[in-house]
Design a protein around this ligand. Structure first.
Ligand SMILES: Cc1cc2nc3c(=O)[nH]c(=O)nc-3n(C[C@H](O)[C@H](O)[C@H](O)COP(=O)(O)OP(=O)(O)OC[C@H]3O[C@@H](n4cnc5c(N)ncnc54)[C@H](O)[C@@H]3O)c2cc1C
Length: 316
């Protein structure tokens, strides 16, 4: 279970936050932002302020944030590109550890790719394509970081990232914040699930294979064109709202139930892809959540299927 909400009990927690800010200020080398709007950090463009956003520059910074939030019992959210999150209008009452791009990917002589979790997946794919390394191209267009993709086992075009994964370098709060390389086989990867829980992914090794550059470029182009044709990419969203089931595509069920075009305030069930909810301008998280519940209830009423969320709720 990830810690993404809940222990904000007023004065006591505010004091904890002040202490954490003070103690971080003494050792933390990256940037700290107070009361920063999550709407600026998420692809849905919604969400109230995070009490504190910490942007680490290295492993040491990450370690300090993990230690201090745990010591002072403050909620912690590790965030990549915020492309799979619906953050509450009230914001997040703790520390957001924002994983942003740092080092360059590196491919060794055996085709193994070592990459920092904070790097956008699309940057890594472009790096591989330019060097004639295949394996990840099916995932092109997923707007998250490598860490976010591994954490939720992102996938597209019958491929998910765990199929390319060799090992991850993680920090484990439950093991005294220890860092270690762990093989993929240590985790129960399945459809949009990794089992990584509240461990932090710092680096990963992915396997690639030799491939013709032109062929890879064409494949990526075709996958991108398919996205453009089927997904409402010009509006803010968090991608597919619900998971597909073994016997159904969530988008097809939603469409069959007549929910396309349903709207609450500025939150709209896309007419292009029924499993996307888009922000038409000033949608609030509350409006999006209300729409999600309406769609879920309709699909249950008509199809007797309980849709499961693919996006993650934060701070509700
Ligand atoms: C237009 C659009 C299209 C999309 N298409 C797809 C698609 O085809 N397939 C698909 O699977 N998804 C898709 N998504 C959803 C999303 O892009 C993916 O889930 C992506 O992998 C999330 O990565 P992120 O960096 O944005 O993670 P975030 O949204 O920031 O975080 C998601 C989860 O990962 C955790 N996390 C992030 N980084 C780390 C880390 N370093 N260590 C530990 N935990 C971490 C967070 O705590 C959170 O629980 C789409 C989204 C959009 C907006």
């Amino acid at each position: 279970m990830k810690l993404t909400g809940g222990i904000w009990t007023g004065e006591e927690s505010r004091l904890s936050l002040e202490r954490v800010v003070k103690e971080l200020g003494e050792r933390f080398r990256g940037s700290l932002l107070r009361d920063y709007p999550l709407s600026r950090l998420t692809t849905f463009r919604v969400g109230g302020p995070a009490a504190l956003v910490a942007m680490p520059i290295d492993e040491g910074d990450i370690q300090i944030v993990l230690e201090k939030t745990s010591e002072h019992n403050l909620p912690l959210l590790v965030m990549g590109k915020g492309s799979n999150l619906l953050c509450s209008d009230r914001g997040f009452p703790g520390v957001v550890l924002l994983m942003r791009k740092r080092g360059k990917p590196h491919i060794d002589e055996n085709g193994q790719l070592e990459v920092e979790a904070a790097i956008p997946l699309n940057t890594v794919i472009a790096h591989c394509v330019a060097r004639g390394r295949g394996g990840l191209e099916e995932l092109v267009g997923i707007p998250g970081t490598v860490g976010g993709a591994i954490w939720m086992n992102a996938g597209a075009n019958q491929k998910d990232i765990s199929q390319c994964l060799v090992e991850i370098y993680i920090c484990e709060p439950e093991k005294g914040m220890s860092w270690s390389w762990r093989p993929k086989s240590d985790f129960p990867f399945s459809y949009r699930y990794s089992g990584i829980g509240n461990r932090l992914i710092y680096k990963a090794i992915l396997k690639t294979y030799s491939c013709d550059v032109e062929e890879l470029r064409n494949l990526c182009h075709n996958y991108q064109e398919k996205r453009k044709a089927t997904q409402p990419l010009s509006r803010p969203s968090a991608g597919s709202v619900f998971k597909n089931g073994e016997n159904y595509q969530a988008g097809e069920l939603i469409e069959r139930c007549g929910c396309k075009g349903w709207r609450v305030g500025d939150a709209l069930v896309s007419r292009k892809h029924a499993n996307f909810i888009v922000n038409m301008g000033k949608a609030s998280a509350r409006e999006i959540l209300e729409l999600i519940e309406m769609v879920r209830a309709k699909v249950y009423e008509m199809e007797r299927v309980q849709l499961e969320l693919e996006i993650e709720l934060v701070g509700f």
